[in-house]
Design a protein around this ligand. Sequence first.
Ligand SMILES: NC(=O)C1=CN([C@@H]2O[C@H](COP(=O)(O)OP(=O)(O)OC[C@H]3O[C@@H](n4cnc5c(N)ncnc54)[C@H](OP(=O)(O)O)[C@@H]3O)[C@@H](O)[C@H]2O)[C@@H](O)CC1
Ligand SMILES: Nc1ncnc2c1ncn2[C@@H]1O[C@H](COP(=O)(O)OP(=O)(O)O)[C@@H](O)[C@H]1O
Ligand SMILES: [K+]
Length: 476
Amino acid sequence: MRTAHSVETVRAAERALMAELPEGALMQRAAAGLAAACADLLPRVYGARVVLLVGSGDNGGDALYAGARLARRGAGVTAVLLAPERTHEGGLRALRSAGAQAVPVDGAAPVVARADLVMDGIVGIGGKGGLRPDAARLVSLVRESGALVVAVDLPSGVEADTGEVLGDAVRADATVTFGTYKPGLLIDPALTYAGAVRLVDIGLSLPPAPDLEALQYADVAALLPEPGASSDKYRRGVVGIAAGSATYPGAAVLAVAGALRGGAGAVRYVGPAADEVLARFPEVLVHAGPPSAAGRVQAWVVGPGIGDDAARVADVLAQDVPVLVDADGLRLADPSVLRGRTAPTVLTPHAGEAAALLGVSRESVESGRLSAVRRLAAEFSATVLLKGSTTLVAPAGGGPVRVNPTGSAWLATAGSGDVLSGLCGALLSAGLGGVDAASVGAYLHGLAGRRAASGAPASASDVAGALPAVWRDVRG
Ligand SMILES: NC(=O)C1=CN([C@@H]2O[C@H](COP(=O)(O)OP(=O)(O)OC[C@H]3O[C@@H](n4cnc5c(N)ncnc54)[C@H](OP(=O)(O)O)[C@@H]3O)[C@@H](O)[C@H]2O)[C@@H](O)CC1
Ligand SMILES: Nc1ncnc2c1ncn2[C@@H]1O[C@H](COP(=O)(O)OP(=O)(O)O)[C@@H](O)[C@H]1O
Ligand SMILES: [K+]
């Protein structure tokens, strides 16, 4: 599991560790890791032209000590000081004694223009808001220079805790972060500013529950349901799909396609697209009448392509089994019924649907995805999977939010959300909890999107078709 911790948590861990160590030891650890990462990125350290952008805090201190290390290895290092009178004193002394020079901001243009590598030590976890005007001007010089940019701890100008970018920010090729990932390094839009992220262990002891976590291959493999000797189709889990309408039969077919690849023992379908579903998937059990009369299921998916069939949504929500609500179902579900359910509920909105549920603009959801998903989970007492370029899953009762690391923009194709809902529903029916079902589903769906596309457009059916192969890859 990859984990990220909030600034407050990092600060507390830093205080505890600093009390045990000689002064400056932590910053030396950070600077050593940073210098090593820069050396790896440069074709050759000796003779390389390195420019440090140095703000007034410890982030600038890290850059100065790392710059001193590179200068001692023969790099030509120049520090650009944004606040010369408030620069980290020890760092500046170290830089000068390594033979490097420092210039004020108005002397930056010629040195930045010739830089091979720029280290961004303007601001780290102490930053608030986008870059200030003098820093922003400096960063636009860097952009014009074409130099390799390495952000110290996080790209200056992004919000560490939320992933928001409130103005100008540094666009880095790589970010060297200390102690733990910061939430903003895993969530867009900030994520797209960070480049390749390298974590440097500086010995912090962090609490076991992070603010954010991302499943890795091994975590997903351990969560995948697997039939055993005593399994039968009912024990493996039966997932019910209440989806589709005369206008949108395809949504039913795609949700079923996802469900059939999600590890359930059987898929039941209820709705007006039974003929279309059976024509494509004869293994599905179809039922007329309300979902509650369809026979036992261990989890329901309701909503994709359902049109205005509020009765079908209400019927599903009244059943005391896990329910995943998607698409039209999100619009039709009664919020008080959602809140009152005792069995797990999973909501899977995209940003537009999330905005409607929260009564805010789509833009505010997109720019503040982490707070939006947490709010939704709290307001509806449900696990919430917020779709988009980085899909987030928040648990109903608070706790770490999961961020999906496998997304692919090729998934932004009509119907791929329907496949996801069926897949997650099947995982729920197989016994996974809401957060695991949603995050494992998103992980597999993202991998399937990449595999189905591999550089060319893929349809939602292709994504569903790629699921068995990615399941095998993950287990292998
Ligand atoms: N925690 C750890 O374990 C370790 C932490 N370490 C390092 O310390 C860093 C944190 O250092 P920090 O606390 O000194 O804050 P930092 O990020 O340098 O920023 C503060 C300065 O920035 C300024 N400023 C604020 N907003 C701004 C903006 N938008 N645009 C421009 N400027 C802005 C603000 O100025 P002021 O408001 O005072 O004018 C203030 O002076 C951390 O990220 C890591 O690199 C490692 O060395 C070792 C282990
Ligand atoms: N830019 C993007 N990068 C990665 N994944 C994306 C992006 N945009 C959308 N997706 C994913 O594509 C799927 C689209 O789902 P959804 O919006 O419900 O579409 P539909 O209703 O047509 O099925 C979701 O899994 C979502 O996370
Ligand atoms: K920085």
